[in-house]
Every structure is written in structure tokens, then in C-alpha cells.
Design a protein around this ligand. Structure first.
Ligand code: V07
Length: 258
């Protein structure tokens, strides 16, 4: 209850979060926001907790930010939950991470359905453990008719592998005569990527102070605005998300249009 009250409270004479949300909705809201949710391990270390405690806390933040993004009118929210590189982590940590989709969906899927959210994923699903795959597939199935925000999980995702697989399928289609080489445009190539159903992100957020892409949506982020913060993902809250959108809108107003 206190948390909810804080959403409305006026602090330091500045606009309340409610006012800022109102303002944001009066301007161009990024249609697709992508987030690299970094800093979960560091958050745990600072508290002398196991890394997995940070991942678990981070999971709750995904829920919180999804709700706000949906309220703001964001159409697609892509969150980088697990990269193809993350298999190199200790087995115990990987096993824990692979249970998070089930826990997240077990807890939040009814609310997401209530809010008309559609769950999607990009990444190499076939290499996920059966129990993880089953949970994610069920969520996608249960929400496929929903018309609100698309909550797109990048799970076992890597951008170079995605591009390379796209190139290989283009070559196969050219060799078999399905496509002529001169028909291959940027738009056509985009349809060979895992994001074929989605528009490119307008805004990328990365938490925890790292200023790099780490193999995330390399093709899709070509024209996106980037917003980096030192805030660790488990500490990321509505104010931070609003701050990122405000920064995006400021840039749009300065450079966008004619
Ligand atoms: C994971 C929590 C968020 C911070 C980053 C790493 C840890 C939500 C999911 C998830 C994935 C698919 C799905 C529903 C939920 C998730 C992993 C890690 C592997 F359909 N959070 N989260 N998956 N973290």
C-alpha cells in the first residue's frame, strides 16, 4: 500500500510520477522499448546475497515495468532475459534462471491476461529445458489472442547467430529459386530474423552502467535511441522508466521531424 501511495506523492516540489505519466502520454511514446536488464548479480553481492536472489528480485521488476509500459501505451516491450552466452555460468545459476519463466508466469500470467498482454519470445527455444519451453509455450498460447502490449522475452537469444541463420536461410531460398538475389532488400532480410513480426525498437535501455550491446538486436537497433543508467536492474523502478521515456521524448522534440 505504501508503495502505491508513493506513486502519487509529490517529492521535492517536483512533478509527481502521476503528472509525469500524464505528460508522457501527451507526446510521442516509443512504440517498441527494449531493455538489457543488467546488474542483478551486483545487486545481490552488495547485500551479501547469492546471485540468484538478484535474479529473483529482477523478475519482479519485469512485472512492474510491464504494467507501466502498458499504461503508457508502449506497444512492444522486449526484455533480454537470457543470452546464448549465459550457458557459461555455473550450472546451479543456469538451473535457477531456467525456472524463472515458470515462476514468473505461475505468479503473473493471470494478471497479464487480465491486462490484455500478449507474451512472445525470441531466441533458440529448442535448446531450453523442456519444463521452461512448456511454460513459455503455454503463455504464448494462452495470450495469443490478446491485443494489448506485446511482452517479448529474449530467451537464449544472440544477435550474431540470429543474423547468420537469416543469411543461411536467404541463401537456401536463393538456391532453391524461392527468391532472386536482387529481391533481397533490408526489409526482406528483416523478415528472416526472429523479430520479423515486430517493428524495430525505438528506445534501448541498459541498466547497471555497462555501455555496450552485448550481442543484443544488432540489426534491429541500427536507428534506436540509447539510454544508459547506473541503476542496477533490481533497483529499477517506475521513476527510472519514466525518466528514460522523457529523455527519449526530449530527443524526439529536438531532432525529430522537420
Ligand atoms: C529472468 C529476471 C529478470 C532479470 C534478468 C535475468 C533474470 C522473467 C523471465 C521470463 C522469461 C520468459 C517468460 C516469462 C518470464 C525470465 C529468465 C531470467 C531466464 F515467458 N525474468 N527472467 N527468464 N530474470
Amino acid at each position: 500500500m505504501l508503495n502505491k501511495m508513493n506513486l502519487w506523492k509529490n517529492q521535492n516540489n517536483s512533478s509527481s510520477l502521476r503528472d509525469r505519466i500524464h505528460q508522457i502520454k501527451d507526446h510521442e511514446v516509443p512504440s517498441h522499448v527494449a531493455i538489457i536488464m543488467d546488474g542483478n548479480g551486483r545487486w545481490a553481492k552488495k547485500r551479501a546475497l547469492p546471485r540468484v536472489a538478484g535474479h529473483h528480485e529482477g523478475m519482479k521488476v519485469v512485472r512492474k515495468i510491464t504494467k507501466l509500459a502498458s499504461e503508457l501505451g508502449v506497444k512492444t516491450l522486449t526484455v533480454y532475459a537470457f543470452s546464448t552466452e549465459n550457458w557459461k555460468r555455473p550450472k546451479m545459476e543456469v538451473d535457477f534462471l531456467m525456472k524463472l519463466p515458470e515462476e514468473f508466469l505461475g505468479t503473473f500470467l493471470p494478471e497479464l491476461i487480465e491486462e490484455n498482454v500478449r507474451v512472445e519470445m525470441i531466441g533458440y527455444m529448442d535448446k531450453l529445458p523442456e519444463h521452461t519451453r512448456r511454460a513459455v509455450s503455454k503463455a504464448m498460447e494462452d495470450t495469443k489472442g490478446n491485443t494489448g502490449l506485446i511482452l517479448n522475452f529474449a530467451l537464449n537469444y544472440g544477435s550474431r547467430a540470429e543474423i547468420l541463420d537469416g543469411v543461411k536461410r536467404v541463401l537456401a531460398d536463393v538456391e532453391s529459386g524461392i527468391m532472386k538475389e536482387d529481391e533481397l532488400t533490408e526489409e526482406v532480410f528483416s523478415s528472416y530474423l526472429m523479430t520479423k513480426e515486430l517493428n524495430d525498437p525505438d528506445l534501448l535501455i541498459r541498466t547497471s552502467g555497462e555501455i555496450r550491446l552485448s550481442n543484443f538486436m544488432l540489426w534491429q537497433l541500427a536507428y534506436s535511441e540509447f539510454w544508459f543508467t547506473d541503476v542496477l536492474w533490481p533497483d529499477f523502478n517506475e521513476e527510472h522508466f519514466v525518466e528514460a521515456i522523457e529523455a527519449f521524448q526530449g530527443r524526439q522534440r529536438r531532432f525529430g521531424g522537420v
